[in-house]
Write a protein that binds this ligand. Sequence first.
Ligand SMILES: [Zn+2]
Length: 352
Amino acid sequence: MKKTVEILKGDTPGTEWRLTVLSFEGTDQSAPTAYLQAALHGNELPGVVALHRLVPMLEAAERDGRLLGRVTIVPQANPIATGQHLFHEHLARFSFTTRTNFNRDFPLLSSTDTSGLPGDDAPIAAEKRLKARLLKLSLGHDLILDLHCDDEGPSYLYVARQLWPHLQDLAAALGSQAILLWDDTSDGAFEEAAWSPHKHRSPDDPAWRRLAVTTVEFRGQSDVTPELADADAAGLYRFLVARGTVRDETQPPLGPWSGPVTPLDHVEMIRAPVGGALLFHVGPGDHVEAGQTLVTILTAPGEAGGETVVTAPQAGLVLTRRRQRLTRTGEDLLKILGSAPSATARPGSLES
Ligand SMILES: [Zn+2]
């Protein structure tokens, strides 16, 4: 394994960020190559700890001559977000400088040629130069996994519709509990930028068959434990073996995957009609019926009529739940996987 540290110039004199890149060369030029990054949203750590546990497994494979394809790992892909704290709160979803979501507005290229992307001397904010850097590091790999997590929820995947069911093996390897399919755009998420150069390829193209591009949601923000890190590292390793990046005869073949596969417009994004303290009546994994009470919002605690009840617009499976227990009007509370289009569905990604 080789470690390199990439320097990202700061936006003000005397500042810079450092991006650690771990790379394995592999022994077989024809084997599928893999790129894995975590914590693009800097406070989403399940992927960071999973990669920490995966690297020694890859080093062992490398020592034994079993690491076939080139593997690039960026365990903490966003040093800007990792350092964004304000009064003890870690605010790592939006850039303090540009107010842009760190996982939106990536450049969408029509090929894997990244030579036209801005370099570190370009007169643009570091957040944009970081996005260009991550694309330069990742494009050209066959398997590109961007490891995120939700507020509270199970392990699940976002997948471009054209890549399903091609990515069933990934879902089986990781033990994913659900698949969310997106169609035209995810608002320039890293995943869309990684998929963009390939989306016009035919599934008959052998290069297409090697591809895997996805956003992995490794459960919730607080699901950071030694046991889950080991389990997720094992899942990632199983996938690399299944695709032939790593050879390991001790790994049993992957079984079939079954679970809900839901287009984004069938996801009920339950939003707060009013602000207040949240009393959730349901949580991830619960099946709910249409009209069932989901959450009580206390708008005027202690007063008669001081609460608002939010009910399910359709039957479905509660996938995720908000972590903070105070909401403002209009904020996201729950994702429910419905079987029919949501009346409030909107184009693009589910969340801002
Ligand atoms: Zn994220």
